[in-house]
Ligand binder design. Structure first.
Ligand code: ACO
Length: 448
C-alpha cells in the first residue's frame, strides 16, 4: 500500500447551496479571500470571516518576533529573549530586530555612533514642549511631539526610499529618550538636560532625566544595566495592539513619525502599555498583604470589571518570559535602591493568584508589566513615566515592523470589512414630523 502525504487544504461545503470548495492551507492559515467565492446568488458579496479583535486572524507574514504563548517562549529573529537580555545591549538588540542579524563589531560601532549623534532635537521642539501644561501626562507629550517631528522632516514621506527610511529609523530611536526626558523635566519645572554623547543609550537617558547641578553625571552601572535589560525585553512583541496600530496607520504610506505617534497612543491604554502604571496604582490601593484576599475576591466577583492588573495576556497562557527575567533582576536593583515596599504585596498577590482556581482556569499569569513598575519606581521614575519607558524601546520594534511592511508586496492599505447591522435605507424626515422612537437607537447622544 502506498502512503501519500495528506493534502494541505481544507474542503468547505456551503450548506446553503451545496457548493464545495477546496481551500489551500499555507503556513497553518487559509486565506479569508478564498471564501469569497461562496455566494447564495450572483449579487451576494460572498462569504467573509468575522473576527473582532483579531482573535484568530494573521494580518501579516513576519520574520521579526516569534512567540509561543503556551510554552512561554519569546525570540527576536530566532534568539531567545533570555540570551539577549543577558548578553547584549539595547542598541545591539535593536539592530538585530531591525536588520535580522546581530551586528559585527564594526556595524555595532557605526550604529551606536549614528544613534548617538542624532539624539539632539531642534530648538523649536523644545519650545513646542514648553507649551504643554505643567501637569501634562508625559505620554500625551511624547505622542504629540513625535507627531510634530513629521513637520521637521518632510522628506520622511518618501517611505519607499530605503535610505530615507533608514534615516528616520535612526532619528526616531535616537530622539525618543531625549523627548521622554524633556517631558519629565517639564513636569517638574527643571531645565532640559542636553544629551551627553559620552554615555550609553540608557546612561544618557538617565543623565537627561536626573542630572541636576553636577558637571558630569555618572549613571549607577547596576541601574544603567537594569534599564538596558528592561529596554531589551520591551523591544518588540509581534502583532500587539500598538504594533498593529503602527502597521495600520503606516499602510496609508504616511510618514513614520505620524504612524509612531499613533502607536504611542495605542500603547498608552491601560490594557496595553499603560498596565505597568495601573499595576503600581493597584498595589498602592491594596496597601498591605492583609488586604490581598479581599482584593482577589473583588476581582473574581466583578465579572471582568475589576482586573488583576499585570496578569493575563492575549498570547501568553503561561508565565510571560519577560516577567521572569524582570523578577530575577529586581533583587540586584533593590540592593542599590533599597527594597520597594510594594514588592512584598506583589509577591504575595502572585502567590495567591497562582493557586486560585479562577486564575488557573483562565491561564492568567503575570505579564511583563507586573514587576517592571516596581523596578521603575525604585529607580525613582514617577508612575506617569512608566508607559513612556515602554514606548522608548518599543520604537525599534514598531520601526522594524513598519520597514518589513513597506517592503511586503502582499500588503496594501489596511481596511477591514464590517458586518452592517444598522437601519436599512430610509428617507429624510423634517423636524416637525419626527417622533421619539419607542426603542431609541443606541448611541452616546441618545437620552432615554
Ligand atoms: N484579572 C482578572 N480577570 C482577568 C484578567 C485579569 N487581569 N485578564 C483576563 N481576565 C478574565 C476575563 O474576565 C475573562 O473571564 P471570563 O472568561 O469569565 O469572561 C477571561 O479572563 C479572558 O479574558 P479576556 O479579556 O477575554 O482576555 P484577552 O485576551 O482579551 O485580554 C488582556 C488580555 C487585555 C491582557 C487581559 O488579560 C487584561 O485586561 N489584563 C490586565 C491588563 C494588563 O495587565 N495588560 C498588559 C498586557 S501585556 C502588554 O500589553 C504589554
Amino acid at each position: 500500500m502506498s502512503s501519500s502525504a495528506p493534502r494541505q487544504s481544507v474542503t468547505v461545503t456551503d450548506n446553503r447551496t451545496g457548493k464545495t470548495i477546496e481551500v489551500p492551507i499555507q503556513n497553518g492559515t487559509i486565506k479569508a479571500l478564498d471564501l469569497r467565492v461562496l455566494k447564495t446568488s450572483p449579487e451576494d458579496f460572498g462569504l467573509m470571516t468575522y473576527d473582532p479583535a483579531f482573535m484568530n486572524t494573521a494580518s501579516c507574514k513576519s520574520r521579526i518576533t516569534f512567540i509561543d504563548g503556551d510554552k512561554g517562549i519569546l525570540n527576536y529573529r530566532g534568539y531567545p529573549i533570555q540570551e539577549l537580555a543577558e548578553k547584549t545591549t539595547y542598541l545591539e538588540t535593536a539592530y538585530l530586530v531591525l536588520n535580522g542579524e546581530l551586528p559585527t563589531k564594526q556595524q555595532q560601532t557605526d550604529w551606536v555612533n549614528d544613534i548617538t549623534y542624532h539624539t539632539m532635537v531642534h530648538e523649536n521642539i523644545k519650545d513646542l514642549m514648553t507649551g504643554f501644561r505643567y501637569d501634562a501626562h508625559p505620554m500625551g507629550m511624547l505622542a504629540s511631539t513625535v507627531a510634530a517631528l513629521s513637520t521637521f522632516y518632510p522628506e520622511a514621506k518618501a517611505v519607499h526610499e530605503p535610505e530615507t527610511r533608514r534615516q528616520q529609523i535612526v532619528r526616531l530611536i535616537a530622539k525618543m529618550p531625549t523627548i521622554a526626558a524633556f517631558a519629565y523635566r517639564h513636569s517638574i519645572g527643571f531645565p532640559y538636560a542636553h544629551p551627553d554623547n559620552d554615555l550609553s543609550y540608557c546612561g544618557n537617558f538617565l543623565q537627561m532625566m536626573y542630572r541636576a547641578a553636577e558637571p558630569k553625571y555618572v549613571p549607577n552601572p547596576v541601574l544603567e544595566r537594569a534599564l538596558e535589560v528592561l529596554f531589551i525585553l520591551h523591544a518588540d512583541h509581534e502583532q500587539n495592539c500598538s504594533t498593529n496600530a503602527m502597521r495600520a496607520i503606516a499602510s496609508s504610506e504616511v510618514d513614520p513619525y505620524c504612524a509612531a505617534a499613533g502607536a504611542i497612543s495605542a500603547l498608552y491604554g491601560p490594557l496595553h502599555g499603560g498596565a505597568n502604571e495601573a499595576v503600581l496604582r493597584m498595589l498602592f490601593e491594596i496597601g498591605s498583604k492583609a488586604n490581598i484576599p479581599a482584593f482577589i475576591k473583588s476581582v473574581k466577583e466583578s465579572g471582568g470589571e475589576t482586573r488583576l492588573m499585570g496578569f493575563g495576556h492575549r498570547v501568553y497562557k503561561n508565565y510571560d518570559p519577560r516577567a521572569k527575567v524582570i523578577k530575577g533582576m529586581a533583587e540586584k536593583v533593590f540592593e542599590v535602591t533599597g527594597k520597594n515596599p510594594l514588592l512584598d504585596i506583589a509577591l504575595e498577590l502572585e502567590r495567591i493568584a497562582l493557586q486560585d482556581e479562577y486564575f488557573l482556569k483562565r491561564k492568567l499569569y503575570p505579564n511583563v508589566d507586573f514587576y517592571s513598575g516596581l523596578i521603575y519606581q525604585a529607580m525613582k521614575f514617577p508612575v506617569d513615566m512608566f508607559p513612556v519607558l515602554f514606548a522608548i524601546p518599543r520604537m525599534s520594534g514598531w520601526l522594524a515592523q513598519w520597514d518589513e511592511m513597506i517592503q511586503d508586496k502582499e500588503q496594501k492599505i489596511a481596511r477591514p470589512r464590517q458586518v452592517y447591522l444598522g437601519a436599512s435605507e430610509r428617507h429624510f424626515v423634517p423636524f416637525e414630523k419626527r417622533e421619539v422612537k419607542a426603542a431609541p437607537a443606541e448611541g452616546v447622544l441618545t437620552k432615554v
